[in-house]
Design a protein around this ligand. Structure first.
Ligand SMILES: Cc1cc2nc3c(=O)[nH]c(=O)nc-3n(C[C@H](O)[C@H](O)[C@H](O)COP(=O)(O)O)c2cc1C
Length: 266
């Protein structure tokens, strides 16, 4: 019996949920009354996470990263496909890693109030989505260790957590289809959030805005990877509670939204 939601057996061989998502969807619609939540007077500021107790690697500014001979955007859009087998021998240089991360999610510019904007858009520039990274065979980084990238500063923080590869595989639903090749990728990316970082300004709509932002980030991850001729796979299939535990998200009050794999194409 599924305890999370009620499943109604409507027709033979056809299962439907009781549409609780519609209740949320309707409740989170903005109207003339709730839209006032967006006024600057109603805004509560949420500061970036305090990661000062962690050591970090400073990544460069975006304009200092060599773009090389990458494919143009039209070729990238034609050729992007989900990758389901990654090259187990692919080693990623730190330069490749840096370029991939900075163009996908890095700080792009500073606005007139000295506030950093990123390579992806964010509702109200609240940037509620956090970037958690686990790597293997990436030059200069520890294998199966949790890092967190800050788009405020382009810093890669060492979160002081080692992760067991088998536990990570077991938290990926795809493992039940025996897609062991998934685990041969070089970068595992987990987008996480504490929804309050957006709902503090937008109320229930903030939930939607946060998911939309994760989608924007996902598209950047796919397109930047493809432009560098690197494989990528978006994953909605993961056990959220298990991943949250592996990444140590409880201390930040966060949960995982989206999971991405990046690595060598075969
Ligand atoms: C939100 C989202 C979740 C996805 N989850 C999974 C997944 O859990 N497992 C998987 O193998 N592919 C997953 N995919 C990849 C899709 O299966 C893939 O995008 C689709 O088959 C179209 O193929 P293409 O990406 O090569 O164009 C996901 C894609 C999206 C956008």
């Amino acid at each position: 019996m599924n305890t999370q939601w009620k499943i109604e057996h409507r027709n033979k061989n056809r299962y439907m949920t009781d549409k609780i998502y519609m209740k949320y969807h309707i409740a989170s619609m903005h109207n003339e009354k709730t839209v006032s939540l967006q006024s600057p007077n109603g805004e509560q500021v949420v500061d970036p996470l305090d990661l000062s107790k962690y050591t970090y690697i400073q990544l460069p500014e975006l304009e200092d990263v060599d773009t090389g001979e990458d494919k143009d955007i039209y070729k990238v859009l034609r050729e992007r496909r989900s990758t389901r087998k990654f090259d187990p021998n692919k080693k990623m240089t730190f330069q490749e890693f840096t370029k991939f991360i900075l163009f996908s999610v890095g700080k792009a510019c500073i606005n007139e109030f000295n506030f950093p904007y990123r390579t992806y858009p964010s509702g109200g520039a609240k940037y509620p989505v956090e970037i958690n990274i686990i790597t293997q065979r990436v030059e200069g980084l520890k294998d199966f260790h949790v890092y967190r990238f800050s788009g405020y500063t382009n810093r890669l923080y060492d979160m002081e957590i080692d992760v067991d590869k088998k536990e990570l595989k077991d938290a990926t639903c795809a493992s039940k289809y025996d897609y062991a090749e998934y685990m041969d990728c070089n970068i595992f990316i987990f987008l996480s959030t504490a929804f309050e970082r957006s709902t503090c300004k937008y109320g229930l709509l903030g939930y939607r805005l946060t998911l939309l932002e994760a989608g924007h980030i996902g598209q950047n991850l796919s397109l930047v990877a493809e432009s560098m001729d690197i494989g990528n796979l978006p994953l909605g299939g993961f056990y959220e509670a298990k991943i949250n535990k592996l990444l140590g998200l409880k201390k930040f009050g966060e949960t995982t939204l989206y999971y991405y794999l990046i690595g060598g194409k075969l």
